[in-house]
Every structure is written in C-alpha cells, then in structure tokens.
Design a protein around this ligand. Structure first.
Ligand code: ADP
Ligand code: MG
Length: 209
C-alpha cells in the first residue's frame, strides 16, 4: 500500500513531534562541534511545516514535499535549512503529480534527496555530515525493496541504516560545515545533522506503519 498526501502530511507532523522531543539533544550535539543552533533551526522549520499543513494539505505527496521544501528553505537558517530544503525539493520533483508514494517512487525520491544534498553541500561519505546517514539509508532502502518490502519496511530499513551511519560520524574528522573548523578536535562527537536525518527517517518509518 502506498502513501497518500494525507499520509505524508501525517508523517511530517510526526517528524515535527520527534524534532521537538529531540530539540535539546540536537542543540547540545551542535554546541559541542558547531554553534548550537541545529535543534532550534529544525524545530522552527518543522513547526512552520505543521502550521502550513493546517491551512491546507496539498493534493499530492509531491506538492506536500514541495511545501515542506519551501518552508524549510525560508524558515531554517544555517547549513541544514537549505540542505534539507533541497532534499525535499528534489524528492518533490521525483514524486511529480503521483497520487501515492509506492515503493519504486519512494526509492527514487530518497535517492534524489541524497543527490540534492550532495549537489548542494558537496559532502561525500566519510565527511561526518548528514550524508553519512543518508548514503547507507538509501542503500538499505534499495536492498529492502529488492526483497519485496512494503513502504513502511523500506523506511524502517532506511532508518536502521541511518542510525548506524549517524553513529559512524563519531569516529570521523569532519570535512564539511562548521565542525570542520575543529578538525581532529571534533572526533568523538556525533554529527548533529546525521542524527537529525536518522530521527526524521525513524519518524517517517513509524508513521508509515
Ligand atoms: P550551521 O552549521 O550553519 O549552524 P546547522 O547547525 O543547522 O547549520 O546544521 C549543521 C549540520 O549540517 C551538520 O551537522 C551537518 O550534518 C550538516 N552539514 C553542514 N554542512 C554540510 C555540507 N556541506 N554537506 C552536508 N551536510 C552538511
Ligand atoms: Mg549549527
């Protein structure tokens, strides 16, 4: 069974709750190796998405993704706003005007989101950014889909892999974004953007169940 625009809107509301619950954690992660605004930035962005959805839920999942993208780009400062905004915008372009997100479309949207983040931020795997959560998430999603998983199962596989990918940033020397200014001193710290990516994917997976 696929995910309708209402389903996707519900997933974004769930994501907003998770971001609010983890706001302090994300602030603390970013305070250790950045400027401490990541939790605030993201919670402001997702709160704005929820209010935009209260006015109207767009008719297709692609239009919902586009609303999320434009809201994140306009409301969230820092590096993460434009990066997450680009991710949702590229996903929205892939979703087009389909009425539902099925597994093949989900895979295309996830891959497009990853490619958008990489096109925008120029980070590769191992740079200790959100890309380290997204790359394994997309591969795991593709693997799960090849084994006939449902939308919810594909997202759960992506979230599990994103958790492990985010954990892997602890041992890495950051090469992009603010944390890269610290170099070796940032080793031992979890990247806040990788953590938030894993949290968002988990929220989507739980919502899809
Ligand atoms: P800022 O660093 O401007 O304060 P945030 O704190 O909101 O922005 O977001 C920081 C997160 O953004 C980092 O933890 C990292 O995951 C991600 N990030 C920063 N720069 C890049 C980049 N060039 N490519 C991918 N992700 C990046
Ligand atoms: Mg920051």
């Amino acid at each position: 069974m696929g995910c309708s625009s209402e389903g996707f809107a519900a997933a974004l509301r769930a994501a907003a709750e998770v971001v609010a619950e983890h706001r302090t954690e994300l602030i603390e992660l970013d305070r250790a190796i950045g400027d401490g605004d990541h939790g605030e930035n993201l919670s402001r962005g997702f709160t704005a998405i929820v209010s935009a959805l209260e006015t109207e839920v767009p008719a297709t999942p692609g239009a919902v993704a586009k609303l999320a993208a434009t809201t994140l780009i306009s409301k969230v400062g820092g590096a993460a706003g434009p990066l997450y905004g680009t991710a949702f915008l590229r996903a929205s372009a892939k979703l087009g005007d389909a009425a539902e997100i099925d597994v093949p479309l989900l895979l295309e949207a996830l891959r497009a989101a990853l490619e958008g983040v990489q096109a925008r931020g120029k980070a590769v795997g191992g740079d200790a950014t959100m890309v380290d959560a997204l790359i394994p998430a997309v591969s795991a999603a593709e693997g799960a889909a090849a084994a006939d998983a449902s939308v919810a199962e594909v997202l759960a596989a992506a979230a599990d892999a994103a958790d492990r990918g985010a954990e892997s940033t602890v041992d890495l020397v950051p090469r992009k974004g603010r944390a890269s200014y610290l170099g070796e001193r940032a080793v031992g710290h979890l990247d806040p953007g990788a953590r938030s990516t894993a949290l968002l994917l988990r929220a989507f997976a739980e919502a899809a169940r």
